[in-house]
Design a binder for this molecule. Structure first.
Ligand SMILES: *[C@@H]1O[C@H](CO)[C@@H](O)[C@H](O)[C@H]1NC(C)=O
Ligand SMILES: *[C@@H]1O[C@H](CO)[C@@H](O)[C@H](O)[C@H]1NC(C)=O
Ligand SMILES: *[C@@H]1O[C@H](CO)[C@@H](O)[C@H](O)[C@H]1NC(C)=O
Length: 263
């Protein structure tokens, strides 16, 4: 059964879904507590609803949007901004003195690039090894994920966070922790090692911090800020994205998306 209200909201919230994808194509069903998530399925989570759909459909939906299916490559040269960059302004000594009195503490932020992407796997259950029969796993308490801000140069991370909050309405100190208020079951295929994960919808902003007088700003630092889209379901507070199974025929189990190993 397709629940159109959720799907409309979902499509709106992820924006610019391709015209060739209709709600019928999504072929999703409302998640129920007795559903055992299969390796070929994902649970799409957010907007107060949870829907189960085929992983191929979900991937097609992701591909139809302006969203990278992987984390954007880190621009090291941008982040390794050093203090010895020449000032990009033409100032005289008298200007400088005036500036020291009036504008030394005047800071501004410029956001240069924004990427929407699917972040690295977030672990939600223990790692399970299935023998000759499938094995069930459930969400466990205490796995966390958070928004992050990385800075370089002479930059106050709290000022960056405050300014980003004012500009984009995002709390960059926010952290989420899995809870078992809602128990989602999933299954790992025979002979596989598997784990339940979230494939989070994230946004990365790259920008610069400028200091000086309006009209003669000098760059003093750069930042990279990563945030999650917020998901919700009833009383549950979690990040938006898809809940899926990552399984491989290997132990220890490494991430299906990202560099890392499940614990
Ligand atoms: C929709 O999902 C059902 C159940 O998973 C499946 O049997 C059916 O083939 C799917 N239909 C399409 C058009 O993908
Ligand atoms: C700097 O300012 C001086 C005096 O206003 C001017 O002659 C000079 O061309 C300027 N230099 C640059 C690089 O803009
Ligand atoms: C931001 O998130 C942190 C951690 O979850 C919380 O303590 C803080 O109150 C939040 N700040 C705002 C302004 O919502």
């Amino acid at each position: 059964m397709v629940s159109s209200r959720f799907l409309s909201l979902f499509i709106l919230s992820v924006a610019s879904a391709a015209p060739f994808l209709t709600e019928g194509d999504l072929n999703s069903t409302a998640w129920t507590p007795d559903h055992v998530l299969q390796p070929h399925e994902v649970i799409v989570y957010g907007e107060g609803r949870m829907e189960v759909m085929h992983v191929d459909t979900y991937n097609a939906l992701m591909a139809s949007q302006d969203r990278l299916t992987d984390v954007p490559e880190v621009d090291e040269s941008f982040l390794e901004f050093a203090h010895n960059d020449p000032p990009n302004v033409n100032i005289t000594e008298s200007d400088l003195q005036a500036r020291q009195f009036s504008c030394t503490a005047t800071r501004a932020m410029a956001t240069d690039k924004t990427y929407d992407f699917v972040g690295w796997d977030i672990q939600m259950s223990r790692v399970a090894q299935a023998g000759i029969t499938p094995i069930d796993i459930t969400i466990r308490n205490g796995y966390t994920t958070s928004n992050t801000v990385q800075v370089s140069g002479n930059t106050d991370v709290n000022w960056i966070k405050d300014t980003l909050k004012t500009t984009f309405g995002v709390n960059y100190s926010r952290q989420w922790t899995t809870s078992i208020d809602i128990s989602i079951k999933a299954t790992v295929s025979p002979h596989y090692t598997g784990v339940m994960i979230t494939k989070p919808l994230k946004t990365r902003r790259l920008g610069r911090v400028l200091q000086g007088c309006p009209g003669s700003f000098k760059q003093v630092g750069t930042f990279q800020a990563d945030s999650h889209k917020v998901g919700s379901y009833g009383k549950i507070d979690w990040v938006a994205g898809a809940i899926a199974i990552c399984q491989k025929k290997q132990y220890p189990l490494t991430f299906c998306n990202g560099n890392g190993q499940f614990i």
